[in-house]
Structures are given as C-alpha cells and as structure tokens.
Design a protein around this ligand. Structure first.
Ligand SMILES: Nc1ncnc2c1ncn2[C@@H]1O[C@H](COP(=O)(O)OP(=O)(O)O)[C@@H](O)[C@H]1O
Ligand SMILES: [Mg+2]
Length: 355
C-alpha cells in the first residue's frame, strides 16, 4: 500500500526527477523526466545521466558535489542542454537520500515562463533604444530619398534602353529604402495604447486573409478557434500587426510546396504574470501560430526578439522585436519554441474586463 502511494506520487510529480547513484547512474525516472528528456523511463534506467545532459553538464557536477558532501545542493537559473535540444535555463536540485542506499534524488526544473518573462522585458528596453533612432531615421532619410526617386524618374524619361534599366534600378532600390524606413518608424510610435475589447478571432481572420492573398500564397492555412474565447483587452490595429508579422515569418520559413500554418486559440486560466509591486496579471488568452518550416537555429533562438536579429539576406530583424514591444505594451507575453519541422509562437493576452 505504502509502496504504491509513493509510486503514484513519484509518477504524478510535475517536476522532472531522477534517482541516481553517486556517479550519475540512473535507477529510476518519473513521467515528467520522460517528457523533459523525450526518452522512456525503461530506456533511461541503467544509463548514466551524462548520456542525456552531457558529460560536462552542471547536472553531473551538482550530483558529484552533493555525493561528496552527503547533503543537498541547489543551483538556480543554470543553463542545461538536453540531448540535441536548445539550451534551457533550469533550477537543478540534488539531494543525498541515505548513506546506505547511496542514492541521490535529482530534480531538473526548467524555469520556463519566468525566464521568458524577463527576456520579454529586456527586449522592451532594447526596443526603446531603437525608438529614438527610428524617429531620426524617418526624418533624415525621407527627404533625400524623395529627391533620389524623383531624379531617377526624370532620368528614365529620356534615357537609352541601357540607362533606363539603371534608372529603374535606382527607383526600385529607393522604394525599398522607403519601405524599410516605414517599418523602422513603427518603433517611433509612442502613442499610448488605447485598450478596448478586441475579438481576437476577427483580428486573426484579417491577418490570415491578408497573408493568403500576399506573402502566404501557396501555403496551407488552418484554424482551430475556441469559439467561447472572451474578448482581449487591446488595440486591434497593433494586434493585427503582431499576427501579420508572425504569419509572415512562418510563411517565409516553410517549404512553398508543402508548407502548413496553423492558427490556434484556447483559454488557459493557469497563466499568470507577476508584475512589479507584487500584482499579478492573468493571461488566459492563448494564441498559437504553428508552422512546419525549417525551425529556428539553436544559436539564434535566444536572440530572435532583439531588434536587427535576422537570418534572412533581405530581413530587417524588426518583425519580432515589434511583436515583443506591442505584446509587452498589452501586458502580455510572447514565447517561442522550435524544432525542425515545428515552430510555435505563443501569444498570451489579458481578457477585457470592462475598463
Ligand atoms: N516561424 C519561424 N520559423 C523559423 N525561423 C523564424 C520564424 N520566425 C522567426 N524566425 C527567425 O527569427 C528571425 C527574426 O525574425 P524577424 O524579427 O521577424 O526578422 P526578419 O523576418 O526580418 O528576419 C528571422 O530572421 C528567422 O531567422
Ligand atoms: Mg519577419
């Protein structure tokens, strides 16, 4: 009886946990550990924990230390690499169980949402520093640019066929600079957000339709909407921009012949964001954009929300930075997880509460 209760507790624990000997040999692992490592318990038993966390990992070092002290050691916010997955920030807890058993309990808990939150706040300050430059750029570049385009048009009017091509090239390139200035200028938009009730499905429909007509031609779009979703509190134009940016990235990441993008909404009452002054904000509205594209390289994933980070030859690296800025302005949260063939951007927003 006692045995089965402990077994049930062990498998129900939401924290990835392992039983190991002093050298890291695994004798047991619970369900949460299976999920974290994406390996079955049967497969882990008898193997060394370094097989899954790496020989030089902080997990093994923590085990060695706890074994030496016959005590317990906790490490907060350390980087843990699990097999081929991107590095995750985790709290690692190791405790010696008893001297005669020579067994240790290892708990590896990704800090998840808390970590992502702080990242979104860092992005906000990065986005702010871009704001001042954006305003300057928009002013100083627009006028000379108009001059360049005008001059190129005049040249084109009586140019030889050879020169015409060059004059047109000046025109198209000037137009590209203009578009870049437009996009950068969004950062200079300092107007406070006027929040009102937003039907998020209307916004998503509009974003999807414009994607299908433009950059997403040929990509298969599908929706999975929770019809009972309440209104979000926000600015519909800004939110449209967010989902257009996310859909554009997804469309650019997928194979044109077999790309699929799924837009899913759901209600998740368990997500709370701790705010300054010990207040918490509920973020139950969950909107996910899921694509089957190439995924985000592990080396890039911690930086994608920073301005000017791009892996594209003609990318500005401003799309996700703007997403992060707008969502932070809504008091929300945006998270990303990615493997090859499946990238998920998850936006969490507060519900409209009447003011
Ligand atoms: N859905 C996605 N799939 C794969 N990579 C993505 C996806 N979304 C964003 N990225 C990566 O993040 C980078 C930054 O995106 P973004 O800020 O929109 O800038 P840009 O699209 O101009 O490159 C992209 O260059 C790309 O490498
Ligand atoms: Mg983009």
């Amino acid at each position: 009886m006692v045995q089965t209760i402990y077994e049930n507790v062990w498998s129900a624990l939401p924290f990835p946990s392992f039983l190991v000997d002093k050298t890291g040999g695994i004798s047991d692992a619970n369900g949460a550990a299976e999920t974290l490592i994406t390996t079955s318990q049967r497969h882990m038993k008898g193997k060394n924990i370094s097989r899954f966390f790496g020989a030089n990992s902080i997990v093994l070092a923590t085990i060695t230390q706890a074994a030496k002290d016959f005590g317990s050691v906790t490490q907060y916010n350390v980087d843990v690499a699990i097999l081929e997955q991107p590095v995750m920030t985790c709290n690692v807890y190791v405790s010696f169980l008893s001297a005669d058993m020579e067994q240790l309990l290892v708990v590896v808990q990704p800090t998840g949402v808390a970590q992502k939150m702080s990242r979104s706040l860092t992005n906000l300050s990065a986005a702010r520093s871009v704001t001042a430059m954006a305003a300057m750029l928009a002013h100083e570049i627009r006028n000379p640019l108009a001059g360049i385009s005008g001059a190129a048009q005049l040249l084109a009017m009586n140019a030889s066929p050879q020169d015409l091509e060059l004059a047109e090239m000046i025109g198209t390139e000037a137009k590209r600079i203009g578009q870049l200035v437009d996009r950068v200028e969004h950062f200079g938009d300092q107007r406070p957000m006027a929040a009102k009730p937003v039907n998020i499905h209307d916004v998503l429909d509009r974003a999807k339709r414009s994607a299908q007509a433009g950059f997403g031609v040929g990509v298969e779009f599908s929706v999975d909407f929770d019809p009972s979703l309440p209104d979000a509190a926000g600015d519909p134009d800004q939110l449209l921009q967010v989902f257009q940016n996310l859909l554009k990235n997804a469309a650019e990441a997928v194979d044109p012949a077999r790309g699929t993008i799924k837009i899913r909404t759901s209600y998740n009452s368990s997500v709370k964001l701790a705010m300054q002054g010990a207040k918490t904000q509920n973020l139950p509205l969950q909107i996910e954009i899921i694509d089957n594209g190439r995924g985000i390289p592990a080396s890039l994933i911690t930086e994608i929300f920073e301005p000017f980070v791009s892996s594209k030859s003609n990318g500005t690296g401003l799309g996700l930075s703007l997403v992060s800025k707008i969502i932070a302005g809504h008091g929300g949260l945006v998270e990303c997880s990615s493997t090859e063939g499946r990238t998920v951007f998850c936006v969490r927003l507060p519900v409209w509460n009447g003011k």
